[in-house]
Design a binder for this molecule. Structure first.
Ligand code: KIV
Ligand code: ZN
Length: 502
């Protein structure tokens, strides 16, 4: 039987970027969009242009540079929003506007103070207005799963008559149950013309985003909205990698296919977590660190005899490379270049030079350099960061009977700044010194440290979450020296804040 295509609409750069602390600069958004294009998603929702100048510029940049997927931009049901979205999408080869308005009683009563007829008119008018500029129009009745089904259908029919080509049904607050949501989708599907695409957009507040999306697919939805690693508002959105791998692994009962190049899943996950600073939970399906680790003796024995005894997905197929020993101190440049190319990195000469030097420095400290080590430094060095401040020198002293102190030298353009401070511990001393040097008041909300690989000489990865004024910013860095990684992660968050503010 011919398998039906399910379109993957990726909203990592819009709903995903709304996760606390996940803000990305426009260059970082472009880097994610490039990876999404490699992953072969059908649609990239690049942002919400009216929300800020930054978002407008990011959508425009992605629209200009990314060929292949359709580029979508979000807009409320207002002319100003639509004009802004259309303008940001102008350079795109294939573009889509995504217009939304809430339709549930609770939103109408408390958010809008409007009656259903007024909302219906706003929805219809905004789609008719957008139709003057663009053909590909997606419409979302926000909080659809808590909207009276009859009113939901009335709105859907009205916007279809006005020119909408995709109707997206969001479970905005993650309230729906799979069976209930499936029935709602079947009702909408049956009552709209066949040429209209039915899409779904599920949040994970009850941990049901993927289950609800699949139930909707079984009931006629042919587009699914999702994010890499499931990042997004509150508990996040449906995870792209989970939906894609369920559709592929259980093709036997679902009978669907996607255009996704699954070998790019692991790289996409790594990239999104490293750029947003949101780490992936260890036991997360498909992309968590433990997803393909077998601890129990019986399982290990089974795996050695036949992999499929305990593994339903071959990790290599989703681009997961083991942590096998790969390179060391005596590895030459040629072997190094060949190896990183095998890992999927094509670098410009200048970048290559920088990374090779960093690799050699690491090889002096660490005997065995694994793929995970290499990926950690490659991601750090190739991530487009606005380096307003760079760490030039760091010295700390601490001990059981001394007051911890830190001396820090930072570069800012061609200026060199130097300062020193005490703290409760060496990391605190470094952070207090940096705060004073950059003149910002920050609150450290979260500090995490983990080793990239095992062993005493492992690279340490530090991730931090800071509150700077009202913004929450994440930062991350790796080094064999955890104090240095801590300082770099902190500066990374500060640099992102300054870049976004600029
Ligand atoms: O969750 C939601 O309802 C949304 C809409 C804008 C589609 O993100
Ligand atoms: Zn959403």
């Amino acid at each position: 039987m011919e398998k039906k295509l399910i379109k993957i609409f990726d909203t990592t750069l819009r709903d995903g970027e709304q996760s606390p602390g996940a803000s990305l600069t426009k260059e970082q958004k472009l880097r994610v969009a490039q990876q999404l294009a490699k992953l072969k998603v059908d649609i990239i929702e690049a942002g919400f242009p009216i929300s800020s100048e930054d978002d407008f510029e990011a959508v425009k940049l992605v629209a200009k540079k990314i060929k292949g997927p359709t580029i979508a931009a979000l807009s409320r049901s207002r002319k100003e929003d639509i004009d802004r979205a259309i303008s940001a999408l102008k350079p795109a080869f294939k573009s889509r506007i995504h217009i939304f308005i809430a339709t549930s009683e609770i939103h109408l009563k408390y958010k809008f103070h409007k009656a259903q007829d007024e909302i219906l008119k706003l929805a219809k008018d905004s789609v008719s207005y957008a139709r003057k500029f663009i053909k590909d129009i997606e419409f979302s009745p926000e909080d659809a799963s808590r909207t009276e089904p009859e009113f939901l259908l009335k709105v859907a029919k009205a916007v279809v008559d006005a020119g909408a080509t995709t109707i997206n049904i969001p479970d905005t607050v993650g309230y729906a149950m799979p069976d209930e949501f499936g029935k709602l989708i079947a009702y909408i599907r049956e009552n709209l013309p066949k040429k209209i695409t039915i899409s779904i957009h599920c949040h994970n507040d009850l941990g049901l985003a993927v289950a609800n999306s699949l139930s909707a697919i079984e009931n006629g939805a042919t587009q699914v909205e999702c994010t890499v690693n499931g990042i997004g508002e509150r508990a996040g959105n449906a995870a792209l990698e989970e939906i894609v791998m369920v559709l592929k692994t259980r093709e036997d009962i679902l009978g669907k296919k996607t255009n996704i190049r699954i070998s790019e899943i692991h790289s996409a996950s790594k990239l999104v977590s490293s750029l947003t600073g949101i780490s992936v939970q260890m036991n997360k399906a498909i992309v968590g660190e433990n997803a393909f680790r077998h601890e129990a003796g019986i399982h290990q024995d089974g795996i050695l005899k036949k992999r499929t005894t305990y593994e339903i997905i071959d990790p290599k197929k989703i681009g997961l490379k083991g942590s096998e020993l790969v390179l060391g101190k005596h590895s030459g440049r040629h072997a190094f270049v060949k190896h990183i190319e095998e890992l999927g990195y094509r670098l410009k000469e200048k970048e290559l030079e920088k990374i090779f030097i960093r690799f050699k420095r690491l090889a002096d400290k660490k005997k065995e350099i694994t793929d995970s080590d290499l990926i950690a430094i490659l991601e750090e060095e190739t991530t487009p960061l606005t380096k307003i401040y760079t760490l030039l020198y760091l010295h700390t002293s601490s001990g059981t009977k001394t007051v911890p102190t830190a001396t820090v030298k930072l570069g800012k353009k061609d200026k060199i700044l130097e300062d020193a401070s005490c703290g409760d511990g060496p990391v605190d001393a470094v952070y207090r010194t940096i705060d004073r040097m950059v003149g910002l008041k920050t609150v450290l909300l979260d500090y995490k440290i983990k080793s990239v690989t095992s062993g005493k000489d492992a690279l340490g990865e530090v991730s931090v979450k800071l509150k700077i004024k009202k913004e929450i910013m994440s930062g991350r860095a790796v080094s064999t020296d955890i104090i240095e990684a801590s300082a770099k992660a902190y500066l990374n968050a500060i640099n992102r804040y300054l870049a976004i503010k600029k």
